[in-house]
Design a protein around this ligand. Structure first.
Ligand code: SAM
Length: 333
C-alpha cells in the first residue's frame, strides 16, 4: 500500500479532529465524561446517574467510545466505561485539555447523590459478602492467592521502601489480620481499619492471641482517612482494592492520611477475566491494570516508586507497588 501524502495525512487528521469535537459537543456527553473522571460505571449505572433511558445512554456511550473519549472494559457480565486518560495518540493533548476544562465543572447535586447511591450499593454487596463468609474467607481467598504466597513478598517489598520514619502505619482491610504482626514489629503504632465488623473481630482475636499491644482497631471505611491528615508514615493495602466501590477514592483518602514522603504499598491482582471470583470471593472488580493504579496515585499527589509482579500457577498475576506522597511544597510550584 502506498504511503499517504502530507496533504492526505492532514485531511485525515482534520476529519478525526472534527469527529472528536462533534462527539464531545453535547451537554449530556460532557457531563458523562465529567462523571467518569473519578470512576467507571456500567450502562445501567450511568442511566441511573443521569436519569436518562438506557438506550439513549447506550447511544451516547457508543459515540464517546468511537471517538476514543472513553474506553470499555468487561467486568463479568457487564461492560464498564471509563474515561480515556491515556497520554498516547494524536489527540491526547486535546483530550487532556478538554478533560481539564470539564473537571472544573461541578457535578449537579442530584448527579452526585446518585453516584453516592451506586457507591453505597457496591459497598453493601461487598460488606454482606464479608459478613456472610468472614469465617471461611481464607479458604475463598486461597482459591485466588494464598496469603503465604504474597504476604512474604509484601513484607520484603516494604522493608526495601525508604520511609522517612517508621512510627505510624495503617493497614486498610486487614481481613484475618495476618499482615498485622509484621507491621506491629516494624512500627511503633499500627492502626487496623476494616469496614466489616466480622472481619475486624477476627483481626482483633488474632492480635490478642499474639499479644500485640500496639494496634488500634477502627471499624470504618477509608472515610476515616479524611479526618487523619498526615497521620501515617505508611499505609498498606493487601488485596482490598478489588472489593471497594471506588478504588480511585481510596487513593484520594489515603493520600490525605499520609505524611509527606510517606509510602503507600499496594498489593493487588492484575486485570484478569476469571469472573467466577465475583460470586465465589465477593470481588467487585476483576483486578486492575498497573497504569490504572499509577494514574489514581498521580491524580492524588503520590508518585510511583518501585514495583514488582509475579504470576501464580492458577493464572492470576499479582502486582505490588510503592507510591510516595509528594511533599506539598513540591506540588505548589
Ligand atoms: C480479601 S480481604 C483481604 C484481607 C487481607 N488484607 C489479606 O490480604 O489477606 C479484604 C478485606 O478488606 C475489607 N474491606 C473491603 N472494602 C473495604 C473498605 N472500603 N474499607 C476498609 N476495609 C475494606 C474487607 O472487609 C476484608 O476484610
Amino acid at each position: 500500500m502506498e504511503a499517504l501524502s502530507p496533504i492526505e495525512n492532514g485531511s485525515a487528521a482534520l476529519a478525526e479532529l472534527a469527529h472528536l469535537l462533534k462527539s464531545a459537543g453535547d451537554e449530556l456527553r460532557l457531563e458523562i465524561l465529567r462523571a467518569l473522571a473519578q470512576d467507571s460505571f456500567g450502562v445501567l449505572e450511568i442511566s441511573h446517574i443521569f436519569d436518562v433511558r438506557q438506550n439513549s445512554i447506550s447511544h451516547h456511550l457508543k459515540v464517546l467510545a468511537t471517538a476514543g473519549l472513553v474506553n470499555t472494559r468487561r467486568e463479568g457480565n457487564s461492560i464498564f466505561y471509563r474515561r480515556n486518560n491515556s497520554h498516547l495518540g494524536d489527540q491526547a493533548l486535546l483530550r487532556a485539555a478538554l478533560f481539564q476544562q470539564i473537571d472544573n465543572l461541578e457535578l449537579s447535586p442530584d448527579v452526585q447523590t446518585r453516584i453516592e447511591d451506586i457507591h453505597h450499593k457496591r459497598a453493601d454487596i461487598s460488606q454482606s459478602f464479608f459478613k456472610e463468609h468472614g469465617s471461611s474467607l481464607r479458604e475463598k481467598q486461597d482459591l485466588i492467592a494464598e496469603f503465604k504466597v504474597y504476604g512474604g513478598q509484601v513484607e520484603s517489598f516494604l522493608a526495601s521502601c525508604e520511609l522517612p520514619q517508621w512510627h505510624t502505619a495503617l493497614e486498610i482491610g486487614p481481613g484475618d489480620g495476618e499482615f498485622l504482626p509484621l507491621l506491629a514489629a516494624r512500627f511503633a503504632q499500627v492502626t487496623a481499619l476494616d469496614n466489616s465488623a466480622t472481619m475486624l473481630q477476627r483481626t482483633q482475636q488474632l492480635c490478642e492471641q499474639q499479644q500485640l499491644g500496639n494496634i488500634e482497631f477502627i471499624h470504618h471505611d477509608t472515610q476515616f482517612c479524611r479526618e487523619q491528615s498526615q497521620a501515617f508514615d505508611c499505609v498498606v493495602i493487601n488485596m482490598v482494592l478489588h472489593h471497594t466501590p471506588s478504588p480511585r477514592q481510596i487513593f484520594s483518602d489515603v493520600s490525605n492520611a499520609l505524611k509527606p514522603g510517606g509510602v503507600l504499598v499496594v498489593c493487588e491482582l492484575c486485570q484478569h477475566n476469571q469472573d467466577w471470583t465475583q460470586q465465589a470471593c465477593g470481588d467487585v472488580w476483576l483486578g486492575f491494570e498497573p497504569r490504572e493504579l499509577v494514574e489514581w496515585a498521580q491524580a492524588t499527589n503520590m508518585q510511583h516508586g518501585q514495583n514488582t509482579f509475579f504470576a501464580l500457577r492458577n493464572g492470576f498475576q499479582i502486582q505490588i507497588h510503592e507510591f510516595v506522597k509528594v511533599p506539598s511544597q513540591v506540588t505548589e510550584r
